[in-house]
Design a protein around this ligand. Structure first.
Ligand code: PEP
Ligand code: MN
Length: 262
């Protein structure tokens, strides 16, 4: 908490890249890794637009067991290829404790999905890794519970935890979830950890993503996690909320203009 650690934590994500300081870190890429062409094309586009981390799921925690579950290790290999092609570090989810070692071999940042926010054995294991962890808030997790989940990782010795607000479940159905934008200043008041906003899973609609990116930055977040797909129409997962590369480039340009004007 802020009481124990009054200064904000500046966390190294990869050599030469930190989060929690002055710079906004934009993590972008497809929901899932689907194949080489899809991933490399999208990775090149997000890099050209100014993203500094590539996202992409190889292990997908889907609501339906019949939905696409991810390419698993083949997906990790493709992420490694995309990293070699673009130089972008990789953030990818680990769903099952038995895969932590495998995913940690490929990933630069280990992601915990909303559904696993209270998977305590997974969190403890991630607390023993030498990689930063992006911890997503669950869809029905209070701030206090969210911070206790972060504590499970920190207390095992891993100090590199990044908090991610990705929308919570409310009565509203116009959006996929309700983005709790106030979580940014609340978390900033209560903790020293960097805070990232996911405008994609919180809204569920690509048309709403740009305005939530700007709102998140205005609220003081340290980073964004944005789904971008080279062909949202044919995406095997979360196409409707994925930005086209050209729309993502417009968002990035506006963010640069805001930063220059600030
Ligand atoms: C994701 O970011 O790939 C994801 C599955 O999101 P969430 O865990 O927030 O639903
Ligand atoms: Mn997704």
């Amino acid at each position: 908490s802020r009481e124990v650690c009054p200064e904000p934590s500046i966390i190294e994500l990869a050599p030469g890249l930190t989060i929690g300081g002055e710079q906004l870190v934009v993590m972008a890429g497809p929901c899932s890794v689907e194949g080489e062409e899809q991933l490399i094309e999208t990775a090149r586009a997000v890099k050209a637009a100014g993203a500094t981390v590539l996202r992409g799921g190889a292990f997908k925690p889907r609501t339906s067991p019949y939905a696409f579950q991810g390419l698993e290790e083949e997906g990790l290999r493709l992420l490694d290829l995309a990293r070699q092609e673009t130089g972008l570090p990789i953030v990818t989810e680990v769903v099952n404790p038995r895969d932590v070692e495998l995913v940690a071999r490929y990933a630069d940042i280990l992601q915990v999905g909303a559904r696993n926010v209270q998977n305590f054995p997974l969190l403890k294991l991630l607390g023993q890794q030498d990689k930063p962890v992006l911890l997503k808030r669950g869809m029905a997790t209070t701030i206090k519970e969210f911070l206790m989940s972060a504590e499970y990782i920190l207390s095992e010795g891993n100090r590199r935890v990044i908090l991610c607000e990705r929308g919570i479940r409310t009565f509203e159905t116009a959006t996929r979830n309700t983005l709790d934008i106030s979580a940014v200043p609340v978390l900033k008041e209560q903790t020293h950890l960097p805070v990232v906003i996911d405008p994609s899973h919180s809204t569920g609609h690509a048309s709403l993503v740009p305005s939530m990116c700007y709102a998140a930055v205005a609220a003081g977040c340290d980073g964004l996690l944005v789904e971008v797909h080279n062909s949202p129409e044919t995406a095997s997962c979360d196409g409707p909320q994925s930005l086209r590369p050209s729309d993502f480039a417009i968002v990035m340009e506006k963010l640069r203009q805001f930063a220059a004007a600030a």
